[in-house]
Ligand binder design. Structure first.
Ligand code: NAP
Ligand code: COA
Length: 268
């Protein structure tokens, strides 16, 4: 007999750090379309209000407030407000990040610290503070990392160091919190079209095209590609996954795939 199941995330509550733009807003919108009550934080009150406005204008449920992930108390205050309004939190996305291209020799200590503080300390703050507010067992925590967390890149020492830390933090928390029924995973997106991250790393069209040509799949990803993976990881269908760093990157983490092996071998 065929069974019809409810949407897997209907009625759940998601807390999305850095959710006011880009990839994380794409995840927030996708969750909201599944019937998830979505709460967004980022530094800019204006950006948060605009993001919440977009989601509610589509007929879905969202709230938000300004909070800097570098400030533990601000994150905790936001979590408390979300629980007050929506109840216990089922899903956490830690996606706030900062990036710029800069050779290490030209980078100030404060520039390095700033990115590590947003990406790595910020992720610790968001995940650590959320623990007391989670519905347990069953909660799913997802950090947004990057290929730089596993593969060195020129002019990205600060981001590589920070995202490598996010990857290891993901695995450590998965071990410590698994017994409480809390899953901890990370998504590692490749270059995603129409985002701030790509604009900062490939500022001109020639650089953008060269980057695309090095990807095994020869194409940038979309915000929807990442949102679909987030829906899966947040759902009970991923109930046996924890401590995973899931690449969704067109092959970016594999390295330079620009040589055309099939043409060279005459097998295309
Ligand atoms: P984005 O639109 O700039 O998203 C970053 C978000 O984080 C913004 O909403 C920003 O809002 C918020 N934010 C920054 N600093 C914060 C802080 N201190 N406290 C709280 N919120 C803060 O960039 P994106 O390109 O979509 O990147 C989103 C995530 O995907 C990041 O984790 C990034 O590392 C990862 N990623 C992106 C790509 C890509 O191709 N774009 C590839 C791999 C990984 P406010 O300015 O209001 O704070
Ligand atoms: N190259 C080198 N150093 C830079 C830099 C750049 N492009 N941009 C900022 N810095 C340095 C600053 O000079 C400062 O160091 P200093 O005090 O020694 O001069 C330090 O970084 C902090 O800069 P500040 O502007 O005070 O930081 P902030 O906390 O206001 O903003 C950033 C954080 C710098 C990461 C900013 O780019 C940002 O807000 N990014 C969020 C959006 C984003 O990056 N999205 C893509 C995600 S992949």
């Amino acid at each position: 007999m065929m069974s019809i199941s409810n949407p897997p995330l209907q009625g759940r509550v998601a807390f999305i750090a850095g959710g006011s733009s880009g990839i994380n807003l794409g995840i927030a919108q996708r969750f909201a379309s599944e019937g998830v009550k979505v709460a967004i934080i980022s530094r800019s009150q204006e950006k948060v209000a605009a993001a919440v406005g977009e989601i509610t204008a589509a007929g879905n449920v969202a709230m938000g407030m300004a909070a800097d992930v570098r400030e533990y108390a601000a994150v905790e205050k936001a979590l408390a407000a979300v629980r007050e309004s929506y109840g216990e939190i089922d899903i956490v996305i830690s996606g706030a990040a900062g990036n710029f291209m800069c050779p290490a020799i030209g980078m100030s200590a404060n520039a390095f610290k700033t990115v590590v503080d947003i990406d790595l300390l910020g992720t610790f703050n968001v995940l650590r503070a959320s623990f007391a507010y989670l519905r347990k067992p069953g909660a799913s925590l997802i950090s947004i990392t990057a290929p730089q967390g596993a593969k060195p890149e020129m002019f990205q020492a600060h981001v590589c160091a920070a995202k490598a830390g996010v990857n290891m933090l993901t695995k450590c928390l998965a071990m410590e919190w698994g017994p409480a029924g809390v899953r901890v995973n990370a998504i590692s997106p490749g270059p995603i079209a129409g985002t701030e991250g790509v604009a900062r790393m490939a500022a001109d069209p020639a650089t953008a095209a060269a980057w695309e040509a090095r990807l095994a799949l020869r194409s940038y990803g979309s915000k929807q590609d990442i949102a679909e993976l987030a829906v899966f990881l947040a759902s009970d269908q991923a109930r046996y996954m924890t401590g995973a760093i899931v690449d969704c990157d067109g092959g970016a983490s594999l390295g330079d795939s620009s040589a055309d092996a099939l043409t060279v071998s005459g097998r295309r």
